[in-house]
Design a protein around this ligand. Structure first.
Ligand SMILES: NC(=O)c1ccc[n+]([C@@H]2O[C@H](COP(=O)([O-])OP(=O)(O)OC[C@H]3O[C@@H](n4cnc5c(N)ncnc54)[C@H](O)[C@@H]3O)[C@@H](O)[C@H]2O)c1
Length: 287
């Protein structure tokens, strides 16, 4: 989607952080934006400020973990703007604790918001984008934690962010015939309110009992990128139709090490006694 001017975007988690940064970048590029968030007051305040600056935005309160809420938000977007071209399934939350300590509620909340929230956004909006035949683009927010595993005490977050990468790669293929693109945003540290996420935990997931992991601190986050820079990068990546959107080039070497480990384990498996003795396709006796 090369030309953004006049297009309509729907952004979740738009009251704060990266979602707000995307909204600002999109409106600067002449887009109209439906801002969706679970936090009513923060959403109204953010939209009020943007309108004062001349931006064309509307708001809808939405809990992305609830399918009916996202479908209602899609209907509200079409009512307000008539069309939709860009959908950013961005709302996300975090919670920590060792895998065995995380409660059913911890898992349910993170899977509900971080993963099913993305599924709901795709299901509610993609049929409209296909029908319009004007092109479009879906941006799903994952994380570097969606490509680099192994962060102790980040099990639910790591797992849901990996799932978002997998889903987006499928969506991108499915979009080829439908004339729309898809990207997965994999930020490193961004200066947002993500560590205050439990403020938005619905009662049905129970109280937060696990402890937030201490291997990334609030101070680390405060040293992170400005969300407005991320918003501008996302706009550029939509126009260039990139699959992965990375915000921190320093992670390249860690990703490279992960891939080297993957390849090393393929080589080990090919030479393993179990596969070699069975004459399995691709196996190679050592030496
Ligand atoms: N900040 C970072 O360093 C970082 C790094 C990697 C990935 N991310 C991802 O970026 C995305 C945006 O987070 P952020 O860092 O801007 O945090 P943030 O807390 O500043 O913003 C998240 C927004 O999502 C909203 N939200 C929470 N639950 C919701 C729900 N159920 N339905 C609708 N809205 C809901 C919150 O009210 C908030 O406005 C998340 O998916 C997060 O996992 C952030």
């Amino acid at each position: 989607m090369k030309d953004s001017n006049g297009k309509v975007a729907f952004v979740t988690g738009a009251a704060s952080g990266i979602g707000l940064g995307m909204t600002r970048a999109f409106t600067r590029a002449g887009m109209r934006v439906m801002m969706a968030d679970i936090e009513h007051e923060a959403l109204s305040a953010a939209a009020h400020l943007l309108r004062q600056q001349g931006a064309a935005v509307d708001t809808v309160v939405c809990d992305v973990s609830e399918r009916t809420s996202v479908f209602a938000a899609a209907a509200a977007t079409l009512d307000a703007f008539g069309k939709v071209h860009v959908v950013c399934n961005n709302a996300g939350v975090t919670s920590g604790g060792l895998i065995e300590d995380c409660t059913e509620g911890d898992w349910g909340w993170l899977i509900g918001v971080n993963f099913l929230g993305v599924v709901h956004g795709c299901q509610a909006f993609v049929p409209h984008i296909r029908r319009q035949q004007e092109g479009g683009h879906i941006v799903n927010t994952s994380s570097m934690a969606g490509l680099l595993g192994g962060m102790p005490a980040w099990g639910p977050y790591n797992s849901t962010k990996f799932a978002v990468v997998g889903l987006t790669e499928v969506l991108r293929q499915e979009g080829r015939a439908g004339g729309f693109g898809a990207s997965v945003l994999c930020p490193g540290g961004v200066n947002t309110q993500i560590f205050e996420a439990p403020r938005n935990r619905p009662a049905r997931f129970g109280l937060q009992e696990s402890i937030v992991a201490d291997n990334v601190s609030t101070e680390d986050l405060q040293r992170g990128l400005d969300p407005d820079v991320v918003g501008q990068l996302v706009l550029e990546a939509i126009q260039a139709n990139r699959l992965f959107i990375f915000t921190d080039p320093r992670f390249r070497s860690m990703l490279q090490r992960r891939h080297e480990k993957l390849l090393a384990d393929f080589e080990w498996a090919a030479q393993s006694a179990a596969l070699v003795d069975a004459g399995a396709p691709g196996s190679q006796p050592p030496g």
